[in-house]
Write a protein that binds this ligand. Structure first.
Ligand SMILES: CC(C)(COP(=O)(O)OP(=O)(O)OC[C@H]1O[C@@H](n2cnc3c(N)ncnc32)[C@H](O)[C@@H]1OP(=O)(O)O)[C@@H](O)C(=O)NCCC(=O)NCCS
Length: 161
């Protein structure tokens, strides 16, 4: 089998152990297992994994949130938020991150969300390049957003229009 082949599918409850291990290995921003479980239960269509030969090698976890009031139409604006995305180092640069993100954005469009936002370390060139490729633009900088004092870029992609 072509070792570069991967499958993107919704995250199952039994995948969470592997997902959490990838999160701990790849990112300093870690969440409790209860948080991962809650996100999967609430937003199953916004939580995807990449699988290679039965092994989970990457994930993207997102949620839906309110984004203020749309005036003058007086209706709540809704947006997607990429909470966490990571691919194991040995599986990077073969399109997995892009496929995970594309799938999540597709699901956000199915939910009729207007936009998607995310925060990213200003030094994280790999992730910033990936986000730009998928239509994200920098909106602002959030000073000292991370625990170690690094600043974040707030990035946004329009999903409608
Ligand atoms: C960011 C991350 C998810 C990308 O995953 P990936 O599977 O390697 O990404 P892809 O192969 O789909 O790359 C898509 C595009 O992103 C950009 N990119 C990815 N890795 C890059 C790197 N190391 N340097 C520069 N650009 C990079 C490129 O534009 C790439 O397109 P190309 O391969 O045609 O040049 C991965 O590097 C990762 O897990 N990093 C650690 C966790 C992390 O930083 N998450 C983001 C937190 S906000």
């Amino acid at each position: 089998m072509d070792e570069r082949r991967y499958k993107i599918r919704e995250c199952r409850k039994e995948d969470l152990g592997e997902v959490i291990a990838i999160n701990r290995r790849c990112l300093p921003e870690n969440y409790t297992s209860i948080f991962f479980e809650e996100m999967r239960e609430k937003y199953p269509d916004l939580f995807y994994v990449a699988e290679v030969d039965g092994k989970i090698v990457g994930y993207v976890m997102c949620r839906e949130e309110a984004a203020g009031l749309d005036l003058p139409r007086l209706r709540a604006r809704r947006r997607g938020h990429i909470i966490s995305i990571a691919v194991l180092p040995e599986y990077r640069r073969r399109g997995i991150g892009r496929s995970l993100l594309t799938k999540a954005l597709e699901s956000m469009r199915m939910r009729n969300l207007e936009e998607c936002i995310l925060e990213v370390r200003v030094s994280n060139t790999a992730a910033i390049n990936l986000y730009r490729k998928l239509g994200f633009e920098t909106v602002s900088q959030i000073p000292f957003y991370y625990m170690d004092g690094e600043h974040a870029y707030l990035m946004r992609a329009k999903l409608t229009g």
